[in-house]
Design a protein around this ligand. Structure first.
Ligand SMILES: [Zn+2]
Length: 69
């Protein structure tokens, strides 16, 4: 099972290499994660960086955590 984010407004999706639970976690805590990344020198996991970028681009849109098999 692959998990990803889907924007209902734009009808686009991405499929970062992370389980659904992780994607849901990131989506729920994007405000916290954004603050942490602003102050961290180290690199983010790629899935997290990709997910963060997507969530930022679709900040005011209806984004769902979705899965496909
Ligand atoms: Zn969108």
């Amino acid at each position: 099972m692959t998990a990803g984010y889907f924007c209902e407004d734009c009808e686009v999706s991405i499929w970062p290499a992370a389980p659904r639970s992780e994607l849901a976690w990131l989506k729920d805590r994007i405000h916290v994660v954004r603050e942490v990344t602003r102050h961290s020198q180290g690199g983010l996991d790629i899935w997290m960086a990709d997910g963060l970028t997507f969530l930022e681009e679709h900040r005011d849109h209806s984004v769902l955590v979705v899965t496909k098999s």
